[in-house]
Design a protein around this ligand. Structure first.
Ligand SMILES: NC(=O)c1ccc[n+]([C@@H]2O[C@H](COP(=O)([O-])OP(=O)(O)OC[C@H]3O[C@@H](n4cnc5c(N)ncnc54)[C@H](O)[C@@H]3O)[C@@H](O)[C@H]2O)c1
Ligand SMILES: [Zn+2]
Ligand SMILES: [Zn+2]
Length: 396
């Protein structure tokens, strides 16, 4: 089959590889009909190379048709239409069942790196499992993970259940505002924009912040109050001015470790990328490589006693946070990978019927065959051609 594989920094290629097969009774094989490209994939493309091997298949936002299932997979069968969560979780352990933290599944935790649950297509840190930007995918823990979805609407109606929707839903839930608060969202990529839509849908006032013209324009079209960093000199002061001098109740950081504007950490990330992998891995896991621009902005922006909800991914072990300000302002911080299955029942009613209140049907900006994936990665990273959310169609 054809699959999109990592070969080095900013080097992904469509390779021909063996078709996946059922290896365990809890596996399923799906024919991938749609597969998303995510901001998290850009971290692999740019800075997380030390944790990848050439040939690793990327992608963690797939959906498709079940081809085959192992003996212990009973809730889906060949021919069913399914969305695959990016978390690989068992549904039965203490973390999955009692805590509803599928991203911490004790069956799939990656002990070698002290990481939480494995996830599709995402480095040695998360189990080095072959991903879903491919014609076919082996789905581990398929007795629990796959979400059966109805026939009828196009793939895009359900595809974002794999990651964007539960990630954005969790980002909003973790702000702890009951629906009448003000939430600022920093970063208006797919995760930030969907978080803004959900926060608004639940009744909050939403303020967005970004600097890419197309992303600013999209959010404005959704009726979100946007501060464009190209137009405002002091965004903290500007947001305080429209929030009674106190700042928003909560701030969602939907940017993460590769924020624009942080030169020190960019040097550290670039330097780590030049080291042999074994040394570079040490720099990542023992030192600070994150660009702290956005979390520092969130710290300043949030109301005293408010909440910062981090959905943007951070990866350094010693990244300097402003504890003085965080402590003084009595800020609460919540974060983590989305616990996909935890939120599916809450989100599904919003995907049924024709109303489409979260605007998933036209959320994707580009649908492309897998053969065009290398160019799509570049355009998504460079933010050219108004590339916002790319969906690969491996079978056309
Ligand atoms: N927690 C999870 O489970 C989870 C799941 C999916 C994605 N993520 C993470 O969420 C983040 C966003 O993902 P995405 O797909 O939306 O990616 P993206 O790269 O398309 O979006 C990031 C946005 O942040 C903006 N930005 C960059 N620097 C900024 C700054 N200094 N101030 C304001 N805006 C800035 C960019 O212009 C861009 O629009 C990534 O870090 C990704 O890894 C986390
Ligand atoms: Zn993703
Ligand atoms: Zn589990």
């Amino acid at each position: 089959m054809k699959a999109l594989a990592w070969h080095g920094k900013r080097d992904v290629r469509v390779d021909t590889v063996p078709d996946p097969t059922i290896e365990l009774p809890t596996d399923a094989i799906i024919k991938v009909t749609s597969s998303g490209l995510c901001g998290s994939d850009l971290h692999l493309y740019e800075v997380l190379g030390p944790f990848l091997d050439a040939g690793d298949i990327l992608g963690h936002e797939p959906m498709g048709i079940v081809e085959d299932v192992g003996a212990e997979v009973t809730h889906i069968k060949a021919g069913d239409r399914v969305v695959i969560p990016f978390n690989i979780s068992c549904g039965q352990c203490f973390m999955c069942k009692d805590k509803h933290l599928m991203s911490q599944c004790e069956t799939t935790q990656v002990h070698e790196y002290g990481s939480g649950a494995a996830f599709l297509g995402y480095t040695k840190l998360y189990g080095q499992v072959a991903g879903g930007q491919a014609e076919y995918l082996r789905v581990p823990q398929a007795h629990f993970g796959p979400i059966k979805v109805p026939e009828g609407p196009s793939d895009d109606r359900f595809l974002f259940l794999s990651d964007v929707l539960p990630t954005a839903w969790q980002a909003v839930q973790y702000t702890d505002t009951p629906g009448q608060g003000t939430i600022a969202v920093i970063g208006l990529g797919p995760i930030g924009l969907m978080s803004a839509r959900i926060a608004k849908h639940l009744g909050n006032r939403v303020i967005g912040i970004d600097l890419v013209p197309d992303r600013v324009a999209r959010a404005r079209r959704d009726g979100i109050e946007v501060f464009d960093l190209n137009d405002v000199d002091d965004v903290i002061a500007a947001v305080r001015e429209v929030t009674g001098g106190r700042g928003p109740d909560a701030v969602i950081d939907a940017v993460g470790m590769e924020a624009h504007g942080s030169t020190g950490a960019k040097v550290a990330q670039t330097a780590a990328g030049l080291l042999p992998d074994v040394l570079a891995r040490k720099v990542f896991t023992e030192a600070g490589i994150d660009r702290m621009e956005v979390i520092n902005m969130a710290t300043e922006l949030v109301m005293r006693g408010g909440t910062i909800s981090l959905s943007g991914v951070y990866g350094g072990a010693a990244s300097p946070m402003n504890l003085l300000r965080l402590f003084d302002k009595q800020v609460k911080i919540r974060m983590g990978q989305a616990n996909v299955k935890r939120w599916v029942d809450d989100i599904m009613p919003l995907l049924e019927g024709t109303a489409d209140p979260l605007g998933v049907d036209d959320f994707a900006s580009h649908h492309v065959p897998l053969t065009e994936a290398p160019g799509a990665y570049k355009a998504f990273q460079d933010k050219t051609d108004d590339t916002f959310k790319v969906v690969f169609r491996p079978h056309g």
